[in-house]
Design a protein around this ligand. Structure first.
Ligand code: SAH
Length: 202
């Protein structure tokens, strides 16, 4: 998988080595485990997906940009694979998921893997995590037509946000915040599940 990611243009060696070390098959159903290292997004429970390895790698390298990050926010924990990857690349990961039972399963899985620098919360990511903000970086793993303004407010000056944007066609976007403004760069075409508001309790 790592060699394929390299051939697909991923250059951040830290990202590649972490993705080589974290088993991806433990995040998906046993019936699909044989496809865990192919470059597909795969279905998980509750109508959601695990992002493809290339997406996880690409978003991670855009987020890191060869810097050391202290505190980041992920919107859309899902099965927790990307959360686990990020936990090895930054000091503290905060991650929000709107589907309660999905988050419960993920919490158990990540606990078993003894990943301790993550903070999972059952919440609607549209509101961000104001108690802990500002964040050095924010990653959103579900798509919206417009970037939620509350998330931009929670990005530190000098911070970066990576997310998919669009409706019929979606693109990966990078927003960089400096002391005066936000600069947006539109990147590759992608395909994500929608960002939905409100939380699902069971
Ligand atoms: N990061 C995951 C990808 C998960 S798919 C991975 O590693 O594969 C996107 C996730 O975003 C889904 O679990 C979905 O339930 C969640 N999501 C959608 N809208 C949300 C919202 N408003 N707040 C929090 N999570 C949300």
């Amino acid at each position: 998988m790592v060699e394929r990611l390299r051939s697909q243009g991923i250059v951040d060696e830290k990202v590649l080595s972490v993705m080589g070390a974290i088993p991806r098959h433990v995040f998906i159903e046993e019936a699909l485990a044989s496809r865990a290292y192919d470059d597909f997004s795969l279905p998980i429970n509750y109508g959601q997906t695990i992002s493809s390895p290339w997406i996880v790698a690409r978003m991670s390298e855009l987020l890191l940009a060869n810097t050391d990050l202290d505190k980041i926010l992920e919107i859309g924990t899902g099965c927790g694979y990307h959360t686990a990857v990020l936990s090895r690349l930054v000091r503290e990961v905060y991650s929000l998921e709107r589907i309660g039972p999905l988050l419960t399963n993920t919490r158990i899985r990540l606990h078993k893997m003894q990943i301790n620098n993550i903070h999972l919360k059952h919440a609607d990511g549209f509101h961000g995590f104001s108690e802990v903000a500002p964040f050095d970086a924010i990653i959103m793993t579900a798509v919206t037509a417009h970037v939620p303004s509350l998330l931009l407010e929670q990005l530190a000056v000098g911070g970066r946000m990576v997310f998919p944007k669009g409706s019929r066609k979606q693109h990966l976007c990078l927003i960089e915040r400096d002391s005066k403004s936000f600069t947006e760069t539109v990147l590759e075409e992608v395909n994500f599940v929608p960002m939905l508001s409100g939380v699902v309790r069971r």
